[in-house]
Design a protein around this ligand. Sequence first.
Ligand SMILES: Cc1cc2nc3c(=O)[nH]c(=O)nc-3n(C[C@H](O)[C@H](O)[C@H](O)COP(=O)(O)OP(=O)(O)OC[C@H]3O[C@@H](n4cnc5c(N)ncnc54)[C@H](O)[C@@H]3O)c2cc1C
Length: 398
Amino acid sequence: MREKTDVLISGGGVAGLTAAAAFGAAGFSVICTDPAPPVTEEDDAGADMRTTAFLQPARKVLEDAGLWSRLAPNAAALKVMRIVDAGGEVPEARIVKDFDAAEIGEEPFGWNFPNWLLRRELVARIDELANIDFRPGIATRSLLARETEARVTLSDGATVAARLIVAADGRASPVREAVGIGVKTMRYGQKALAFAVTHPIPHENVSTEIHRTGGPFTLVPLPDRDGQPCSAVVWMERGPEAERLAALPVPDFEAEMLARSAGLFGPLKLVTRRSVWPMIAQIAERFEAERTALIAEAAHVVPPIGAQGLNMSLADLGCLLELAKAAPDRLGDRAMLTAYHRRRWPEVKARVMGIDLLNRTSMLSARPLRDLRAGALNALYSLGPVRKTLMKAGLGMR
Ligand SMILES: Cc1cc2nc3c(=O)[nH]c(=O)nc-3n(C[C@H](O)[C@H](O)[C@H](O)COP(=O)(O)OP(=O)(O)OC[C@H]3O[C@@H](n4cnc5c(N)ncnc54)[C@H](O)[C@@H]3O)c2cc1C
């Protein structure tokens, strides 16, 4: 027998689970599938050691989905984004520029959370809503989209008719493949290490991005751990160097971290395992097909600079929901999905290109180019209106 649902979400990563909670809270019936059950404890095998800095606009989506009240007690606020250039002869901070959220409003830029904790709270919220059917361990297998509905076959043999398919099944999205949407991919030969550290010098809610070569070394505030100030780190390097660092014994790794962080926080102590993520930038040629919307990494992937990845995904979700709530009878029809594509694709394309440029600039190894980069940072920062525009653009404000 074929089941019916308003929305089928393929993928239960952070984006897919958030989409499930958001559509469920808005009153739509939802089925969400994922072959990999979510890992919701930090010490469990396969736990996602990344953190997500949700920027201001994401908060509304999380509030509407009934998630914010669950997350807020675990939030570390980001009040200042500090950019440090350490691209001189020795790895020392030679230029330090603070972008302060107080210059553009009363709120912090955003709030940082570990991804495993996000999954824990997302699953708990989904359990509260009777109209969401989350199916961990089950994959979306095949898809046949018609003008009136999409028919999906799941890995357990079940078939589902849905008015809207939301593809949140990651950068190699099987749904995107099934509907025949191509991607443009940019490769950097670069990898990111993600882990957490404690440090003697407090972060004071400042997120610090240190540039030298190979990519940025970024510390993002987390709540204190074992009575010590704590930060999440994303350390981007060319692939072989990232692999070498990931394999170092802990004392040697900590020594390398101290040097690469220009000693700004004192000695950094590794408190989690290190995970390694290959870096690409990617954008799908379209964000819609018959009865299907692509969101999150199924639609776009960027290197983790300026906390844009999942925030763009929540903006995708916010846009889809707004269209769905405005005309619930027309959920998933061509007009709704065309409007979604037109609103999101140009905005995402501009961000992907901007982050691509920032990442290439951050990777520079030739000294004269590093000096040019430092000069550009100085020049951009010293113009007040430009500085404020950059901050607002980073948040996705107009
Ligand atoms: C090191 C690092 C740090 C980052 N930091 C930030 C940050 O601070 N702020 C920010 O906004 N973003 C950040 N990002 C980006 C952010 O982590 C990603 O955008 C986000 O995790 C991707 O989520 P997703 O749900 O789209 O994809 P995924 O997490 O890849 O989820 C896709 C899911 O789809 C499932 N799936 C696969 N095949 C199927 C199928 N056939 N059927 C059903 N399900 C399927 C998979 O099992 C998986 O669970 C960072 C990224 C990296 C690499």
